[in-house]
Write a protein that binds this ligand. Sequence first.
Ligand code: NAP
Ligand code: MG
Length: 501
Amino acid sequence: MATEIAIEQERNLVGGRWVPSRSGKSFENRNPADKDDLVGVFPDSGREDVEAAVAAAKQAYPGWRSTPAPRRAEVLYAAGEILKRDKEKLARLMTREMGKVLAETRGDVQEAIDMAFLAAGEGRRLFGFTTPSELRDKFAMCVRQPVGVCAFVTPWNFPMAIPAWKGMAALIAGNTVVIKPASDTPASVVALARVLEEAGLPPGVWNVVMGSGGAVGDPLVTHPDVKVVSFTGSTEVGRRISTACAPTFKRLHLEMGGKNAILVMDDADVDLAVDGAVWGAFGTTGQRCTASSRLLVHRKVYDDFLGKLVNRTKALKVGNGLAPGIDMGPCVSEKQRDSVARYVAIGKKEGARLVCGGEVLSGGDFAKGWFHAPTIFADATMTMRVACEEIFGPVTTVVPVSSLEEGIRLANAVPYGLSGSIYTRDVTKAFTAMREFETGIFYVNSSTIGAEVHLPFGGVKDTGNGHREAGIAGLDVFTEWKSIYVDFSGRLQKAQIDTYE
Ligand code: NAP
Ligand code: MG
């Protein structure tokens, strides 16, 4: 078995030094499956710590920016190798700090590895383009340039993958970073910082400041020396950050909530659809922005689907994600578990039919953690809050539909637009849904979850603000295009005005 990573009294990383918060205050991070298990103690920072970290990132910027991209890539490649070496230890740490099962935390670390190697490869590309000029003896091209100091504010559900999506793209492009991790998952971000340090990233290029959204996040995103803000989290906080950043025209990248639908047509392979629904609804305890929280099921297969879904869900083993054979871990915190329980009460009151779960799990193996049973509401309608609002827990809603058209209409009847899916054997239905779903990600005959790092990730409507994470598209957040014209004619040539008649 891999040895554990010791994270105890942790510090911020500022300018290459691990330092306590200026106030000297700290906060605890505990295992949500076992509140007696203290994962570590982390600095409870504030404005002064943010000031110091942004100053360090600003100071490191000219050196990192002028390091050739293929050399920057070597550091990221080394980071990928270290992540690979330490994958098991990092996954165990992550399960301890946020609860999802080991198979999934291994996947989270794997995304960071994939992203490191993708970005490292990009060090020898970072393609711009050349194009003919409309004038003679004139050369035209455009190149990507870094933007400057980037601020990341990240959530707890993908504690390493999301910082890596943002971070590897920002770093390969030549930017420097200050990251504020979610208060529920600072340890994974500290671990990532150590990996980058070991890989040889120069001091000040990657800085970490821990603490609350108000005390650290707010001064960070509004800091005048921060040029790019990349935020992943709730739509509510994203809206607040958007407003705060508007006066200074900061480049702002927002990845926010979801209420993702799987549409199951009457010709679908029902068993396959049930597999996808269970994985999509209850993977990561339903705490995924891409969770399958709405199952829109054709009336002709509704009873068959629902019966199988309930059976499969009842068989899920809930428990500590570090234990073998566990399918679903706890909610990330007491607060999150209570929020799930509140939504279950709302669903019952609204008249949705509770067909599975519905209760907080306590006593016995559950006594020390924040567990909630996997829960299914059937016969839901799109007027119910449980079918429209993001619950971010192990709760899914099943809504009957009568046609493809109705399914698409209901799928689009929420403010969010992250992911969607259809199960059908009919190519016409598949392509119609592919075109009509108002989402940034779409799957055919697969669940709403399971993105790969070389494709753009993000959503439309209230899920995003037009940018994408990961892939080559992710570079657009962290680079400015510069168009360059070189006139070697030796005379004044005037675009749009000179002609060659
Ligand atoms: P959250 O409450 O919005 O928090 C996200 C981050 O913002 C945390 O680091 C939080 O700090 C910080 N924050 C809170 N208030 C802030 C403020 N006033 N100014 C600056 N920063 C502030 O979201 P969460 O509960 O961690 O994550 C769940 C949400 O993230 C869900 O809505 C989910 O859909 C979304 N999500 C979206 C994607 C995507 O790619 N679209 C991916 C994953 C998650 P503290 O932790 O200290 O409060
Ligand atoms: Mg924790």
